[in-house]
Design a protein around this ligand. Structure first.
Ligand code: SF4
Ligand code: SF4
Ligand code: SF4
Length: 330
């Protein structure tokens, strides 16, 4: 393998975010136990868990665009959402390729499938409509939130008890999954072993939104057709299942900027990372800039007081105690 180091760096970055998410989830659980009076040990609420609330973040983003007011219920969720979108505009779906813990799990299942030689590539007639599913889901959420909700409805939703306990509902989604949830997750896991990144490629509307924005990104993977020996290794490893050898410039909304294709290509400089006007840049530019943008926005939110939720602790405790009985506002 030409550049195993690149793959190891990516795995290390992804694994770090994954472990951090597990740790945040555990801390949140301890905070929750304290808040509902089942533990006397106070643990600060980790804001990072709001990264798992993209719908709330989309509502908050619309409010931010319309009013300039930052969401004070789940500000960290909005910051992470904005970071993913900014990264997509500059560095393709770099958030998916380097940060998202779900993407990491999905990638690991694909690696397992490849090692067990179980990978199955769906034919185009099946792959195309399946790929469209995530855009349909994105269109559905965009219609409900961006189109149907006016400012009054947005402000009212943000203040609802439901929005304040949506993090607890997410916690219970993992702690006490329903039978249906377990079946769906099990099916997705099994499918992800046989077919690359089933959730990300076919179902995730968050990824679909980043994919659409990434079409405007100046960053591309470039193939030197004359140097290419058509070994198809790049396609075998590409998490986006992109037909790399059928084009010279990869500007697909499925490209997550993971650089696996560069790492496995046996021909030096046949594949390269380029920015505007096809200027080659070192491959490591991708992860370095992804991390700079992500941590820059995080630090900016911290410094401006837009990272920690402003919901008073008394209110939070009150709603958390009845969290599971609070339903979605109609
Ligand atoms: S497609 Fe969705 S789940 Fe997959 S890596 Fe991207 S944001 Fe995460
Ligand atoms: S084209 Fe290369 S960088 Fe893009 S998703 Fe495929 S392997 Fe990753
Ligand atoms: S891995 Fe490199 S040489 Fe092989 S098909 Fe892909 S671009 Fe061509």
């Amino acid at each position: 393998m030409k550049n195993r180091r690149l793959i190891l760096i990516r795995r290390a970055v992804q694994a770090s975010f994954f472990i951090f998410c597990l740790y945040s989830g555990w801390q949140f659980y301890r905070f929750y136990l304290w808040a509902i009076g089942q533990s006397s040990l106070y643990v600060p609420r980790p804001p990072a868990i709001e990264g798992f609330l993209p719908i709330s973040a989309l509502v908050a983003l619309k409010k931010f665009i319309l009013t300039g007011q930052y969401d004070m219920v789940h500000p960290a969720g909005l910051t992470i959402f904005i970071a993913a979108l900014v990264i997509a505009l500059v560095l393709r779906k770099g958030f998916c390729g380097w940060i998202c813990p779900v993407g990491f799990c999905s990638n690991m299942l694909a690696v397992l499938g490849r090692r067990l030689k179980l990978t199955w590539i769906p034919p185009l007639w099946l792959d195309l409509p399946l790929t469209a599913l995530k855009y349909l889901l994105l269109a559905f959420f965009s219609y409900l939130i961006l189109w149907k909700m006016n400012l009054a409805a947005i402000e009212s939703f943000i203040r609802t008890p439901y929005n304040m306990v949506v993090d607890v509902k997410m916690l219970y989604f993992f702690l006490r999954p329903s039978q249906l949830t377990i079946i769906i997750i099990a099916v997705l896991i099994v499918l992800s072993i046989f077919t690359r990144n089933v959730w990300c490629r076919y179902l995730c509307p968050y990824g679909a939104l980043q994919g659409l924005l990434s079409l405007f990104s100046p960053t591309r993977i470039q193939r030197d057709a004359e140097a290419c020996v058509n070994c198809h290794k790049c396609e075998k490893f590409c998490p986006g299942a992109i037909k790399i050898t059928s084009r010279n410039t990869i500007n697909s909304p499925e490209c997550i900027g993971c650089l696996e294709c560069l790492a496995v290509c046996p021909v030096p400089d046949c594949l390269s990372l380029t920015v505007v006007t096809r200027r080659r840049v070192p491959a490591l530019t991708m992860p370095v800039l992804v991390l700079i943008i992500f941590s820059g926005l995080w630090l900016g939110a911290l410094a401006t007081g837009n990272w920690h939720s402003k919901v008073p602790m008394k209110t939070l405790k009150q709603y958390y105690k009845i969290g599971l009985t609070i339903t979605h506002p109609r």
